[in-house]
Design a protein around this ligand. Sequence first.
Ligand SMILES: Nc1ncnc2c1ncn2[C@@H]1O[C@H](COP(=O)(O)OP(=O)(O)O)[C@@H](O)[C@H]1O
Ligand SMILES: [Mg+2]
Length: 237
Amino acid sequence: MTAVPSDTTNKAIVEGVDLCRTFEVGDTRVRALDHVDITMASGDFVAVMGPSGSGKSTLMNILGCLDRPNSGSYRLLNHQVADMDDQRLSEIRNQHLGFVFQSFHLLPRLTALDNVLLPLRFATSNVGASRTHALELLSRLGLDDRLDHRPNQLSGGQRQRVAIARALMAKPTLLLADEPTGNLDSKTAGEILELMLSFNREGQTILLVTHERSIASLANRIVHMRDGKIEGEEINS
Ligand SMILES: Nc1ncnc2c1ncn2[C@@H]1O[C@H](COP(=O)(O)OP(=O)(O)O)[C@@H](O)[C@H]1O
Ligand SMILES: [Mg+2]
């Protein structure tokens, strides 16, 4: 075993402290996040649950470095991200974060394989090895015979599998999924969640946003949001 310095052994990889985010629309001001604290350890599977408008996506966007809080601090690994400029934020995203969205966000003109390879535009890593990794992921996700299909030639479940493969390409520190099964029938949704769970069992840290109890129950922690606040947390053992 390699020695790990004791101060990092149990250190959270995600630590948001006192996060606030407000939006001004006309004369009204919405407190989308109202003094939220959240931490995640490596290997956690956290579900953020709450009704529509409770601030789930806002929290995910901040933890995913797609948005910045108005106040509060956010540390991802050893990076303090709350004050970073856009350029640094996008580097952090490419290096450490993977995203899965309800509406898949695949590029329509690219094949499944090319959609998965897309994140590598920014990377300097070995192209051959990356292609091998993409093919492994797509195979693991049951898409061996769909590599050359474009998104409109794939079912919703297959599109989401391509999106998951793409999100995992850079071996992200954290996989963020915002209502990933919201556009899928319940059987397909179950298959997608089972796949996410299998990656989590191999150590992938996941933050999953959902408004559905049955989906949140798969996670090892459920964080409940309401009106921009975390109103409680459940631990599933
Ligand atoms: N870009 C935005 N501009 C204005 N208001 C926003 C914006 N994003 C979110 N909000 C508001 O912030 C609150 C939380 O939204 P959101 O985080 O999307 O909730 P959820 O994902 O839980 O449905 C809502 O009242 C929403 O209308
Ligand atoms: Mg949302």
